[in-house]
Ligand binder design. Structure first.
Ligand code: URA
Length: 202
């Protein structure tokens, strides 16, 4: 592990091990080269991500990678990270006394725990463009509160001095099987491809 990765992962470990709030189920760091021109930021890891120690390797990750490949990119060419580095979980006890564990959306306070680390990661990665996946990172880096208002367009974050390209979270395709939605999602990836291939457009 390179020194920069080590610094980030030690800080993440420290925060996660000291967190005494709502239940969590393990944690991970970002994945991919540092520095890197393209940075994707998701919400938080799920079960598979914690098991494999990498972001976007579960069901949403399969969708993500399929579209990434569609625009001629491979995982090793991009940096992928999250807004929250631990897996936020909720634990329910059934009538039979058995516990079921499921993912939950991270709380604002939980995202804030990691804001310095995420900013440090962005500084180290120094991307030309940040692609936010879903509403959670969108709210951190833009004034929008819903991905439906702004997906597929490019914005400039003055504070970060970075271009932001908001996209739907890949898990949206699992929940929304409507053909129009699928076509729109694909169009956003093609728009991203055009932007990346034409750096003067941003
Ligand atoms: N969803 C996310 O937002 N991040 C991951 O790493 C996996 C699924």
């Amino acid at each position: 592990m390179k020194n920069t990765e080590k610094i980030l992962s030690e800080k993440i470990k420290n925060i996660c091990n000291n967190y005494k709030g709502s239940p969590t189920g393990g944690y991970i760091s970002g994945d991919g080269p540092i520095p890197c021109d393209i940075l994707f930021i998701g919400e938080a890891p799920g079960k598979t991500e914690v098991e494999q120690g990498k972001p976007f390797v579960g069901m949403a990750g399969k969708t993500f990678e399929k579209y990434l490949n569609l625009i001629n990119l491979e995982r090793k060419m991009v940096r992928i990270t999250n807004s929250c580095f631990f897996r936020p979980i909720k634990i329910k006890k059934g009538k039979n006394g058995r516990e079921t564990v499921s993912n939950r959306t991270p709380k604002i306070s939980e995202i804030k725990l990691f804001s310095d680390i995420l900013n440090e990661e962005i500084r180290l990665v120094n991307p030309k463009i940040i692609i936010t996946l879903g509403n959670t990172p969108l709210k951190i880096f833009t004034k929008f509160s819903s991905i439906g208002e702004c997906h597929g367009n490019i914005y400039f974050n003055k504070k970060l001095k970075k271009y932001i390209f908001p996209m739907y979270h890949p898990s949206a395709l699992t929940y929304n099987r409507n053909e129009n939605f699928k076509a729109m999602y694909k169009t956003d990836w093609i728009k991203l491809k055009d932007i990346l291939n034409n750096p003067r457009s941003f």
